[in-house]
Design a protein around this ligand. Structure first.
Ligand code: SAH
Ligand code: SF4
Length: 429
């Protein structure tokens, strides 16, 4: 989501006549986009802004940490030029043009004009379909900093994707904190929209149908999902639209019913696993990835083992493990942060080792298969190799020292010969 917001700001500044610098050293103005979902993330962003100020750049800070800190951002960074909350980023070109610093814009509940601003050039694009969140999970600061849940009108989104496709975009990733809730809080479709040709009644599957009909869009991804959104209509959309990728990022957070209830996640372990089974019954190769928090207040060894066993049962293709950190103003911040740091670290390492082993096994099963891959470009680590992703978002790598067999944005078929926990290696066929 932050990558998307930064892209929007870049696009608006270029449209206002600014030029993109080759790198940080060449820039006159640098804007740091901040995340505050964990304490460490915020510290990193504020530290980075401090370094830029010391290097005498015009420095702006945008994003969630600004919203959380408010006026206090200038206590942490007295020489900061401007600070802009996540829902006020549309004001940045004007703030820069005015040049009246210091300046703070929190945006309150104003919708940003930035939603549709894109940088031309790539073949992949993020598209925000739902902003904010009303879920209020006990540990999470997102609702405080990103504001209330709001679904953008479907017509606006479809027009945006059409424009992206006309500029060469082949893959879109639809963004929302709980993206399957699209159209639940406010109406996304209205009477001026044509009825769904497929008869879809749920707003999100209907959006997938509409985007699938846009020429040029070969792939549609979306993130993040909640198991409640894994409805029969969503499954039908997966079945009917080959553009919809067979990967779901389905954060589970914990495998313990007691912890899930405390977190206010609104599902049980069994309900979560039922959603996983539904996706895998439909397609055994369906890739499912997740987020997990270790060391939530009161998380016992038994709770942790429940998380481990759930991860094994779900057979996650990849997982992101986060060590709990209390965020000011959230419900769980009032509870003692009682799992020692060393124990959080141990649990983190245990889950990572489990995932390595599981990732290897899941990928081993794909050796001998052919993956349809959207080419991204030369691999970062080894320039004689190229890389891309399959429908399941798995990284696929192949040898092509002269880079002749495909170019970025192409769709190729790769026969898999070798598997690693996080990548598949093969040959173009
Ligand atoms: N909207 C998404 C999650 C967005 S936050 C969802 O509900 O699925 C991204 C991830 O950060 C979360 O999935 C969670 O694992 C992690 N996270 C959020 N708050 C945290 C905290 N206080 N401490 C540690 N990790 C946290
Ligand atoms: Fe945070 Fe929960 Fe909303 Fe995700 S659903 S952003 S974890 S409050």
């Amino acid at each position: 989501m932050n990558v998307r917001d930064s892209e929007a700001v870049e696009s608006m500044l270029v449209a206002a006549g600014h030029e993109k610098a080759a790198g940080e050293e060449d820039a006159e103005l640098v804007i740091v986009n901040s995340c505050t979902v964990r304490q460490k993330a915020e510290e990193k962003a504020v530290g980075k802004a401090g370094n830029l100020i010391a290097a005498k750049k015009i420095t702006g800070l945008m994003g969630c940490a600004v919203k959380r800190l408010g006026e206090d951002v200038f206590k942490k960074l007295p020489k900061l030029d401007f600070a802009v909350g996540p829902r006020a980023i549309g004001l940045i070109p004007k703030i820069v043009a005015d040049g009246r610093f210091p300046r703070l814009e929190l945006g309150e509940d104003m919708m940003s004009e930035a939603l549709a601003a894109h940088v031309n050039g790539g073949f992949q694009a993020f598209v925000t379909v739902l902003v904010g969140c009303d879920n209020r999970c006990s540990y999470c600061i997102v609702p405080d900093v990103r504001g209330h849940e709001y679904s953008r009108p479907a017509r606006e989104i479809v027009a945006e994707v059409r424009a992206l496709a006309s500029h060469g975009v082949r893959e879109v990733c639809l963004l929302g904190q709980s993206v399957l809730r699209y159209g639940k809080r406010n109406t996304a479709w209205d009477e001026r929209d044509a009825p769904s040709p497929g008869g879809y009644t749920e707003a999100f599957p209907r959006l997938l149908e509409a985007i699938s009909a846009i020429p040029g869009i070969a792939r549609i991804r979306f993130t993040s999902a909640h198991p409640k959104g894994c409805t029969d209509e969503l499954l039908r959309a997966y079945r009917e639209f080959p553009q919809v990728c067979r990967h779901l990022h389905l954060p589970v957070q914990s495998g313990s019913d007691r912890v899930l209830a405390e977190m206010g996640r609104h599902y049980t372990r069994e309900e979560y696993l039922a959603a996983v089974r539904k996706l895998r019954d439909f397609d055994p190769e369906f890739a499912i990835t997740t987020d997990v928090i270790v060391g939530y207040p009161g998380e016992s060894e038994a709770d942790f083992e429940e998380t481990r066993s759930l991860m094994e049962e779900a057979g996650f293709d990849n997982s992101f493990v986060f060590k709990y950190s209390p965020r000011p103003g959230t419900r769980s911040a009032a509870l003692p942060d009682d799992v020692p740091t060393a124990e959080k670290e141990r649990r983190d390492q245990v889950l990572l080792a489990d995932q390595e082993r599981r990732g290897q096994l899941r990928n081993d099963a794909l050796v001998g298969t052919v993956r349809v891959v959207l080419v991204e470009g030369p691999s970062k680590r080894n320039k004689s190799r190229w890389s891309g992703r399959d429908s399941g978002n798995r990284i696929v790598v192949w040898d092509d020292p002269s880079g002749v067999s495909a170019k970025a944005g192409d769709m190729v078929r790769v026969a898999i010969t070798e598997a690693h926990p996080q990548i598949l290696i093969g040959k173009i066929c």
